[in-house]
Design a protein around this ligand. Structure first.
Ligand SMILES: CC(C)(COP(=O)(O)OP(=O)(O)OC[C@H]1O[C@@H](n2cnc3c(N)ncnc32)[C@H](O)[C@@H]1OP(=O)(O)O)[C@@H](O)C(=O)NCCC(=O)NCCS
Length: 164
């Protein structure tokens, strides 16, 4: 198995969206309002993938993209691995790449939001040294205004390593 981490390009957007929707459903069904599930169509994931592409790193295994991490400021904004590539340590490497990018931008702490019911992801973050920073409501766009999603905040201290 040859694993490569590399920045996403514009022509990766369709594959990011293709991975993202089923993985998002895996982590979010049962934990978010039905309206949000309805809004998260394949087309919506193409729009969202277009928005995150400039800040996204891909995991590519034997030439096939299997996962990605996106950062936004000091937030791990998105982390998704295709079901076929889970349990292999690829998510750990993506998370580390995101943390390194945040540290390289000079931030002393990273944070992320995970849907409160997503027990598997929460265990994964805790195994990777992240701390539970408590529950909060994450406001995301709905059909008619904002939708509140019950989330958990996770935090991790970093050693800032700003480039020269
Ligand atoms: C969260 C995620 C990135 C973690 O990646 P991962 O490769 O599954 O991480 P791990 O290898 O550490 O495995 C996590 C758990 O799944 C189990 N597992 C691994 N591969 C599995 C498989 N193929 N089928 C079922 N369970 C599996 C592991 O044993 C581990 O279980 P544990 O938490 O009870 O110990 C990934 O599961 C994922 O993309 N999930 C869907 C999207 C999501 O929730 N993203 C996070 C949003 S905040």
């Amino acid at each position: 198995m040859v694993l490569e981490l590399r920045p996403a390009r514009a022509d990766d957007i369709p594959r990011i969206a293709e991975i993202w929707r089923p993985a998002w459903l895996d982590g979010h069904l049962g934990g978010v309002p039905d309206e949000l599930v309805r809004i998260r169509t394949p087309e919506n994931f193409v729009v969202r993938a277009t928005a995150i592409q400039p800040h996204t790193t891909l995991a590519v295994v034997d030439g096939a993209t299997v996962g990605f991490v996106a950062v936004a400021g000091n937030e791990i904004d998105q982390l998704f691995v295709d079901a076929s590539a889970r349990g292999l340590g690829i998510a750990d490497l993506l998370l580390r790449a995101g943390e390194d990018a945040i540290a390289a931008a000079g931030h002393p702490e990273a944070w992320l939001a995970v849907v409160a019911t997503n027990a598997r992801a929460r265990r994964f973050y805790e195994r990777n040294g992240w701390s539970d920073g408590g529950s909060f409501l994450y406001a995301t766009d709905g059909d008619d205004g904002l939708l509140d999603v019950s989330c958990q905040r996770y935090e991790k201290s970093l050693t800032p390593t700003p480039a020269g």
